[in-house]
Write a protein that binds this ligand. Sequence first.
Ligand SMILES: Nc1nc2c(ncn2[C@@H]2O[C@H](COP(=O)(O)OP(=O)(O)OP(=O)(O)O)[C@@H](O)[C@H]2O)c(=O)[nH]1
Ligand SMILES: [Mg+2]
Length: 450
Amino acid sequence: MNTTPAYTEDTIVAAATPPGKGGIGVVRISGPDTAKIATQMLGDLPAPRYATVAEFRGADGTPIDAGLALYFPTPDSFTGETVLELQGHGGPLVMSLLVDAAVALGARRAQPGEFSKRAFLNGKLDLIQAEAVADLIDSGTARGARAALRSLVGTFSKAVEELQEQLTRLRLHVEAAIDFPEEEIDFLDDAKLQKQIEKCADAIDSLRNETRIGSILRDGFQVVILGKPNAGKSSLLNALSGQDAAIVTEVAGTTRDILRESIDIDGLMVELVDTAGLRDDPDMIEAEGIKRARKALKNADAILWIQDATQPAENNHEEDIADNIPQIILRNKTDATGESPGVQQQDPPILNISAKTGAGLDALRETIRQVAGYENLGDGAFTARRRHIDALNLAAQHFECGRDALKKNKAGEIFAEELKLAQSALGEITGSFTSDDLLGRIFSEFCIGK
Ligand SMILES: Nc1nc2c(ncn2[C@@H]2O[C@H](COP(=O)(O)OP(=O)(O)OP(=O)(O)O)[C@@H](O)[C@H]2O)c(=O)[nH]1
Ligand SMILES: [Mg+2]
């Protein structure tokens, strides 16, 4: 068996537990010099994978602490390299003395996410799993933690791999057809191939949906409130969040900046974004506010479009809204018009509400849950990130382009090529096909010691 990890450079060290005082503090060392450093700090090399009671010493032999040493020779460790974990007493001074000792003996202080990055480069984790480590640590709800764990143990990775395999089979089929041009036309019309294509399309769709839900579990559901000045946007934010977060006045143009409040709708984390009212002749500050409102639209998962029911009906036209972002139209101030609150129309949803009295807000919460697909946030869900969604969308786009080329022009070569591009887009998700630049970006967001 090859015991040298695929990736190894120098030896790194960091405290793996957070700064501050605690019963236990862990220092982690990983890399080729680990055995040497272990021998010097502990007096002897501990037995692999056993908890060994030991005295921890500095480079000059001075005792620093005593605790448990755990030694993992390569390749059976978190990073795939030889790793030493020292469980000492969790004081900031002890931790920094232990790190200093390892540095004096040849290790280097680790950069943020460097342990996880090495685990990825040595094939111990794929990118989804490495990201899930961070998500599990950061998760704020039990449901989010469970979903992160599912990503960590490979549920999401497996789904991506299965899709990759399906695409590979399809590609082989098509490429075989191209290699035998005399049979090509029949081959590409083949019902079996058509069925295979349908199956792939369905698999892409369902993975996209699961990923969208996964990103809601991780980041919450972004809902941007839009509308004319004075329609009651800030009043709605306050009513839904149960706080006087935003200033409300009868002056049109009160809100000039973006305001965010997180609310919990039966476990669905919703981030409400209040914006400056959209109008055509704003002053300078308001104009900046409107610019920010349009920018907030870029990350919106849904839009609440507020209209003032006491005013003549308006056309909610906003060219910056992407077609696929669901919109809920709210007719506010129905307390003043005497209209009955609640859902007036289903698709697109139109609701009568009153931000002032709270009438219709329960129906609105329910509608937001439906739009988010919350009922489907079942217990099989995993966490996902924006970048996963983007990669899947790109894969879907290539698949559709190829499928079109096949349908319209019987262009098998183009289909095969687009399938390849779809596969590289998917490869970015797990990291089987990833640029250094992307890796740098992903791991630099981790904390040191992870
Ligand atoms: N009667 C009634 N008045 C409301 C209701 N919602 C808001 N208002 C009033 O409408 C005015 C404007 O409310 P805001 O919440 O500041 O409206 P906005 O859309 O945030 O306005 P800008 O920030 O200026 O764009 C205030 O005087 C509110 O009291 C409602 O449901 N019923
Ligand atoms: Mg406002």
